[in-house]
Design a protein around this ligand. Structure first.
Ligand code: FMN
Length: 262
């Protein structure tokens, strides 16, 4: 097969995407970033609206693996879940904290330090999750509030709303992947684009995707460390996911999905 036969009719789009993966000239674009122009910095995390629920968060109880080597050996994508096997609050709390928890705030609310690296410490993500089976939590859509539990041994979340027709809707949201609708929890990461654009302007989006891989790996390793399975999902329906989470699809939109459970 000659190169000309590959990706027939799609070369313009493919080349644009290939170029997007290459490193842009940071020195040129950084000069005109909104941070350089001294525009107001966006909030470090989304505002906590509504009732706050504090999960028990005994991480020592949740993590059962104490060998890092063993952890790397056991992590696999798992697509079979027992939807009747509830996750504990400790497990959910550790999952959330280890992916996006805030350990420290730097400067005058300038940056957060978290268990994952992030370009310019912007951490341009929010974490949402659909609960099917977690001990003591009613099923529905939730949002993690990492700023609410600084210095506390609790993990704060808020309930967004019920999620009727769970099986059908999760399957449709995840491009027909029916197995995913058995997962006790489905985690969604959204990108709050301006948090990264404020600092990196047109260079932001590639950096965000690099950040995202780090967040996802923490999520999957944490699940494995607690004896749970997980599977990250790139094939999802953008609009259905954004609508289910109440995102506007421009300032904030879904960028990552991962099922978790036993
Ligand atoms: C970016 C990315 C997207 C993925 N999307 C899907 C998906 O939509 N559906 C699925 O079943 N698995 C998905 N996977 C899981 C891969 O198929 C899996 O990681 C791969 O087969 C290797 O297996 P392992 O994770 O057990 O090592 C995805 C993995 C990655 C890293």
């Amino acid at each position: 097969m000659s190169k000309d036969n590959r990706n027939e009719g799609l070369w313009e789009e493919i080349n644009n995407n290939r170029d997007f993966m290459k490193c842009p000239d940071f020195s040129k674009t950084m000069i005109c970033s909104d941070q350089e122009k001294k525009l107001t910095q966006p909030p470090l995390s989304k505002e906590a609206k509504g009732e706050i629920i504090k999960l028990s968060a005994d991480f020592d109880d949740a993590v059962i693996t104490d060998s890092y080597k063993e952890l790397l050996d056991i992590r696999r994508s798992i697509r079979v879940y027992d939807k009747k096997a509830a996750m504990t609050q400790n497990q959910l709390a550790f999952l959330l904290w280890s992916t996006q928890g805030i350990q420290e705030i730097k400067g005058q609310n300038y940056a957060t330090l978290r268990p994952v690296a992030s370009g310019g410490a912007r951490h341009p993500f929010e974490t949402y999750f659909i609960v099917q089976n977690v001990e003591g939590l009613k099923p529905g859509v939730y949002h993690y509030l990492p700023l609410e539990n600084i210095g506390e041994k609790r993990v704060a979340i808020r309930f967004i709303g019920d999620f009727p027709e769970h099986k059908k809707r999760v399957t449709n949201m995840l491009a027909g992947q029916k197995w995913a609708s058995d997962a006790p929890v489905v985690v969604f990461l959204s990108c709050v684009a301006y948090r990264a654009e404020w600092r990196y302007s047109v260079c932001a989006h590639r950096v965000v995707l690099i950040d995202l891989g780090h967040v996802g790996q923490n999520l999957m390793l944490s699940a494995a460390a607690m004896g749970l399975g997980s599977c990250c999902i790139a094939a999802y329906d953008q609009k259905l996911c954004d609508d289910a989470l109440g995102l506007d699809s421009n300032e904030e939109y879904t960028v990552y999905v991962c099922t978790v459970g036993g």
